[in-house]
Design a protein around this ligand. Structure first.
Ligand code: NAP
Length: 248
């Protein structure tokens, strides 16, 4: 077909700059590699002082400074992945009001960074793709017996946060669609890292239709789909990569 982009062109990120937060983490590092492999220039941020580009989602000044620094270094940003996360160990039994509110502040950070990306794209009159990392726990409740006696890895404030992130993607998507800025959520299912207790991993596997946990590289395809023109008519969606966890 004349003028129809090929599948290689649709997934190609040549000439694009992608900013990803929490890029050194278990899933963030695989996502950063995916972006590089798709030929994007990647600005990998960390909240730790001393990194080349520092973005702490919990600090508005750091978000503004970090984004501006990324633009200075790379000339522009076309793709934003809000992936970093300040964790919380306390569950519904023990979380203080202060801890609960602070956990929700992760969403504040995602919003402020997304708005910087939108304003930058509008200023440049260029399209942008924003990907917020959600979770299966923004969509379904957890099975209490999976965590019982092992860990508080699925705290109530985390579930509230991720449910909010999924909805934030929908809200921003409709407000920013006419600006050429797409906003989607990518929600991983069970992807415990190697430091997770073995018994927890076994219980997660037992609850999964595929009877296994996800490997970080299994997010790469979905990420590049959402980041690239392959998803040019997709916005406001929540793409679950969860081995069927939410399909039961
Ligand atoms: N693993 C899973 O099973 C799973 C399932 C569903 C959803 N998720 C989501 O996937 C994302 C990545 O999770 P992960 O498993 O890769 O966790 P991770 O290994 O702990 O990575 C998260 C990264 O966030 C960064 N970070 C911490 N505090 C931050 C802050 N205040 N501001 C900005 N960045 C901060 C840290 O990197 P620096 O110290 O370098 O900043 C850390 O490496 C999170 O949003 C998580 O909720 C994970």
């Amino acid at each position: 077909m004349k003028n129809e982009p090929t599948i290689q062109q649709l997934f190609d990120l040549s000439g694009k700059v992608a900013l990803i937060t929490g890029a050194s983490g278990h899933l963030g590092s695989a996502m950063a590699r995916a972006l590089t492999e798709a030929s994007a220039r990647v600005v990998a941020t960390s909240h730790k002082p001393g990194a080349e580009v520092v973005i702490d989602h919990m600090d508005e000044a750091s978000i503004n400074r970090g984004f501006d620094e990324a633009v200075k270094i790379a000339g522009k940003v076309d793709i934003l992945i809000c992936n970093g996360h300040e964790p919380l160990g306390a569950d519904w039994r023990t979380a203080t009001g202060e801890q609960f509110t602070r956990q929700l502040q992760n969403a504040t950070g995602y919003f402020l960074l997304a708005r910087k990306m939108r304003d930058h794209a509008v200023e440049r009159k260029a399209p942008a793709s924003i990907i917020l990392i959600g979770s299966m726990y923004g969509v379904v409740g957890s099975y209490p017996e999976v965590y019982e006696g092992i860990s508080t890895a699925s705290p109530v404030a985390y579930q509230t946060l991720k449910g909010g992130v999924v909805q934030m993607a929908r809200h921003l998507a409709v407000y920013w669609a006419k600006d050429g800025v797409r906003v989607n959520c990518l929600s991983p299912g069970p992807f415990p890292s190697s430091s997770a207790p073995a018994e927890l991993v076994e219980r997660l596997k037992a609850r999964s239709p595929m009877a296994r946990i996800g490997q970080p590289h299994e997010l790469k395809g979905a990420l590049i789909f959402l980041a690239s023109d392959a998803s040019s008519y997709v916005t406001g969606q929540n793409l679950l990569v969860d081995g069927g966890w939410t399909a039961w």
